[in-house]
Design a protein around this ligand. Structure first.
Ligand SMILES: [Zn+2]
Length: 152
């Protein structure tokens, strides 16, 4: 299943994690409009920590985030929505821009990444928005481990 999210401004770390899993996640703090809530699309699942919004949304699809800990926040979202491993596309999206990253030729990144990275990797991807370059090793061991814990 395809999920996309809209996260309130206090949920920055959760936003990064959802993008790391490949989910389209807009973030209130990156939005220039004052009407973040009004501008939400029907398919966007609101993630909120605000009790009044939680009540106002009632049975409308949203997740009322309970924990302060981003790890527990992510667990809650996964659990409440029933997200399974087949739903995620880890490392397919720029964590900063929320844009899908695309493959780029190895030769094109020469000089743009440290030499030892260029020599030891064959697959590189880039963000069309910010031009940041990603490679398999650029994802920390820690995030791989977290994925294991979450999805087994
Ligand atoms: Zn980017």
């Amino acid at each position: 299943m395809n999920y996309c999210f809209a996260a309130e401004r206090t949920l920055g770390k959760l936003v990064k994690w959802l993008r790391l899993l490949g989910f389209d996640t807009i973030f209130e703090s990156e939005s220039s409009s004052d009407t973040f809530l009004e501008g939400l699309q029907p398919e966007q699942i609101l993630l909120t920590r605000t009790q009044s919004i939680h009540e106002q949304y009632g049975s409308q699809r949203h997740v009322f985030i309970e924990s302060n800990d981003p790890r527990d926040q992510l667990k809650q979202v996964i659990h409440e929505l029933g997200i399974v491993f087949q739903d995620i596309r880890p490392f397919s999206r720029c964590l900063r821009c929320n844009v899908e990253i695309t493959e780029i030729e190895k030769n094109a990144v020469f000089g743009k990444v440290p030499d030892y990275i260029w020599e030891t990797n064959d697959i590189f991807q880039t963000c069309p928005a910010c031009q940041r370059i990603y490679w398999p090793g650029s994802h920390t061991q820690q995030s791989m481990k977290r994925l294991d814990e979450l999805f087994g």
